[in-house]
Design a protein around this ligand. Structure first.
Ligand code: PMT
Length: 412
């Protein structure tokens, strides 16, 4: 629900402007208060009378509403709002936002906004695909704004079918999910602070992998995904765009930040494929998944029946995702790994640090109570080429903060 949320809805000059009525209706139905700010060309497509009837508030368009010296304060609006949604957003408005061209009330409101800003582009495909528009969208995203597009809610990697504004119900659902997430309420209170990972792209692996034996059985492990999900949420909270590649985790494991794009995989091979295609465009990868090192050589097409005294399953090695990324790691990329050990912990971690070309490795041991699989806590040591730092037992959220602090210190 959006009960009590204050939303500034920016409307610009697009044929999709009529859809803003549907957005307003849904926002209000969910309990939000809506203040419309419309550009001069927006008024060519939809009348302020309709909009003010729907919102029960006068529509703001000009700096000065009358000739008596009273004026609309974009600064006050920036402080009042819990979110600003610009839908539809034309190429012109997106360009002005990206470059700070404050020539109308909507852009000045955007520049004064202390709350998260969501942008739903609307234009024809040629305009959308133009490198200028794409660059402006990337710029907006790097400033911490959210681009809502049909499908993912992320800036599209493919252009087909793009440009058209996302459907009103999906825009409202995206906003609702975002505003109800914990990372967001925190974000509003600190929106004046530039977020340290804004503009950065982080790949995170989480959870176990399942290696099929037959249609009903697999080889797996106890990873719950908690550590990897905490890392993803922490990176998103600091402003990064996160690609979270996760193995089969329980349905209770849900992401809350709209900056996280989740890709579900099952086997080590699927995880390897997803990571290899994503890593070249990432700044950092944190490999927290517990990946099976071996998979059955053959997968039975039917359930294996019990016969005789026992059976042997021949295993073949899986690809080593970390080692593959370590080989293609670019000069400006960071690669962080984990080591889950049961004995001779530090030596094994040191060996993996070098062999997989990590910048540092996070060691957790099953010998420490409250550490490792499934728990809400973890106890880690961070090992790099320059030494080892031990941390006490903490929640996985706190551990994630320590790990991301360490990544940030590499680039300080
Ligand atoms: O998910 P939780 O229940 O919260 O538990 C968290 C965790 C214990 C799974 C996590 O903290 C952790 O330690 N993850 C790594 C577990 C592991 O499999 O470590 P490893 O020592 O086998 O692998 C070393 C590194 O290589 C890891 O970064 C791993 O992701 C990576 N790897 C391993 C094998 C493989 N084929 N490809 C890989 O990329």
């Amino acid at each position: 629900m959006l009960q009590g949320k204050k939303i500034v809805l920016g409307i610009t000059g697009s044929i999709a402007a009529y859809k803003s009525c549907l957005i307003i209706r849904q926002l209000i139905k969910k309990g939000a208060e809506v203040q419309v700010v419309i550009t001069p060309s927006g008024k060519e497509f939809i009348t302020p009378i309709t909009l003010s009837a729907l919102t029960s508030k006068p529509v703001i368009s000009e700096f000065f509403s009358q000739r008596d010296g009273t004026w609309h304060s974009h600064v006050d609006l920036g402080l009042w709002a819990d979110a600003m949604l610009i839908a539809p957003a034309t190429a012109a408005t997106i360009g002005k936002m990206a470059n700070g061209i404050a020539d109308n009330m909507l852009i000045t409101t955007y520049l004064s906004m202390k709350a998260p800003v969501f942008v739903a582009p609307a234009m024809d495909l040629d305009m959308y695909a133009h490198p200028s528009t794409q660059q402006n969208l990337k710029t907006l995203q790097s400033y911490g704004n959210y681009i809502i597009e049909p499908g993912t809610g992320f800036l599209a990697s493919k252009l087909e079918g793009k440009g058209r504004m996302e459907e009103p119900e999906n825009i409202v659902a995206f906003l609702e999910k975002a505003l109800s997430s914990a990372s967001f309420s925190e974000e509003k209170t600190k929106s004046c602070v530039r977020q340290s990972l804004t503009g950065k792209k982080v790949l995170i692996t989480a959870g176990p992998t399942y290696e099929k034996i037959d249609p009903v059985r697999f080889i797996g492990n106890y990873s719950s995904g908690k550590m990897g999900f905490s890392l993803a949420e922490e990176c998103a909270r600091r402003g990064a765009q996160v690609e979270l590649v996760c193995g089969p985790v329980s349905s209770s494991m849900q992401i809350t930040s709209p900056r996280i794009h989740r890709i579900d995989v099952e086997s080590a091979r699927e995880m390897h494929e997803a990571c290899l295609s994503l890593y070249p465009s990432m700044d950092t990868a944190i490999l927290c998944a517990a990946v099976a090192d071996f998979a059955p050589e053959t997968i039975a097409s039917q359930k294996i029946k019990r016969t005789g005294d026992g059976m042997l399953i021949r295993l073949k090695p899986n690809p080593d995702i970390a080692a593959s990324l370590g080989q293609i790691k670019g000069k400006h990329q960071t690669l962080v790994g984990f080591a889950l050990e049961t004995h001779d912990e530090e030596n094994h971690a040191q060996d993996k640090l070098k062999r997989k070309n990590f910048d540092f490795i996070v060691l957790n041991s099953l010998n420490d109570e409250g550490a490792g699989f499934r728990t809400d806590t973890n106890k880690i040591s961070i090992i790099s080429r320059s030494g080892k730092v031990d941390f006490p037992l903490k929640t996985k959220q706190e551990v994630a903060k320590d790990i991301i602090d360490q990544i940030e210190s590499l680039h300080a």
